[in-house]
Structures are given as structure tokens and as C-alpha cells.
Design a protein around this ligand. Sequence first.
Ligand code: KIV
Length: 265
Amino acid sequence: MRKSITDLYTMHARGEKIAMLTCYDSSFARVLENAGVDVLLVGDSLGMVVQGHDSPLPVSIADVAYHTACVVRGSRTVFIMADMPFGSSQITPQETFRNAAELMRAGAQMVKIEGGKEMVSTVEFLASRGIPVCAHVGLTPQSVHQVGGFKVQGRDNAAAERIIEDAKALETGGASILLMEAIPRTLADRVCDAVTIPTIGIGASPRCSGQVLVIYDMLGLGAYIPPRFVRPFIKETGSIEEAVKLYVAEVKAGQFPGPEHCYHS
Ligand code: KIV
């Protein structure tokens, strides 16, 4: 049986770390599931690592729905989260619901939406109508042109306070999970203290309830210089399966990310 949101909340309550990776197709879905991953994220990173763009901006809702259906077909027990790509969640809550429904019909169990306080009414609209939402704060890659690159966020006091306020508002609005990307570890720890929902980190802190990486990054396949938070697990192992098993084991043991994968303010 597929893991449910209740299972993720139970893990969080027990202090059991959630191991999450991105996934875009059925073969990888099978391998990652068998290696013990809890959550597969059909991320809009697919625009970069699958489609070859230099940002996630060209990805459409149809693209994510297609890849979500592939991942669903290749798996039986993992929880499936799908990304709302650029332009699919920024207009009105009603339009966002229509787009999110397409991902849910493809088999997603939760959608991920980038943004802070400005997305609260949208999160509220979806959550109150049966669509669980993971809110994504910190570095939000869809805003790459607004922030001038894939840069660490929340380094100064005002920006840090804003991220904490965003996290609290998103939880109050009904977000089920909070994902934080590329923020200083001390700030990530403060966010973990400020919310009660499970937190997922990528370039954040080992304190988070779980961790996520882009699968191709941890397999050393990225065409770009990997950010600090990427550990190429494949280099320490002989196979994809062993690399993913090591990732899962280290996340579960609270050993990944280490200090060398975190940002220090
Ligand atoms: O699209 C994606 O893969 C993501 C992760 C980096 C969290 O949003």
C-alpha cells in the first residue's frame, strides 16, 4: 500500500527522518522505492536535468502531470509529491486548484508550491478543498530572475525574519509540509522551531524532519557545478541502488547533511 500523509506525520511524530528524492520516470521510481525512499518528488527540476533547460521556468503543468503518471506507474508504496511549475500557481487560487487537480488526477498525493506569505490564500484554498500542499521557502528556483541567480537566501536579519514569518503563515494557512532550500543552518533550525508541521531540507539543516536531493545531482550527473548541499553518493558506492541506500541510511541516521553540506551565516 502507498504511504499516506498520515504515515509521514507518524514518522515526524516519532522523530523518524523522511528520505525524499526527486524522480521523473518509472524505472527510477522502482529503484528508489526498493532502496527505501519514503517520498518521490516530481520536481520542476526536470526542466534542467531531463529537458536540458538552464532553469525550471519552461516546465508546464502537462510536463509535470506526464512525469507524475510515469513515476506512479513505476511504484507501489512511496508517497508521491508533484511540483506546481512556474505560472501554474501564481495567478488565482481557483486557477491553481484546476492545475493542481491535473497533478492529483495523474496520481500525486500532494502538490508543492513555491513562495511565502503571498501564497497563503492559495494554500488555504487548496488545503480546504482536499489538496494537501507542501510549501517551498528559502531559495525558490522559479524566482531565479527575481533574486539574480540560484543563491542562498535569508543571510541578513530582515530576510531571515521574513522566511520565519512566511513559514508560520503558510502553516497557519494549511500547508501540510514545509520545504526549505538553501538557507543558513541556524535559520533552518529556527524555522524548525517555529512550525509544527514536518520540514524537509535541501541545503538547510539536519534538524529538518527529512531531506531531499535531486536524484541526478546525487548520482553526479548534473551538467552544472553542484551546489554545496549536494553529496555525490554514487562516488562512494558502486551502483545507483547502493548510492540511494546509503543516502536513505544517512538521512535516517541524521548524518546527512553534514556541516560541509550546510550554509553557515
Ligand atoms: O524541483 C525540484 O527538484 C525541487 C527540489 C530541489 C526541492 O523543488
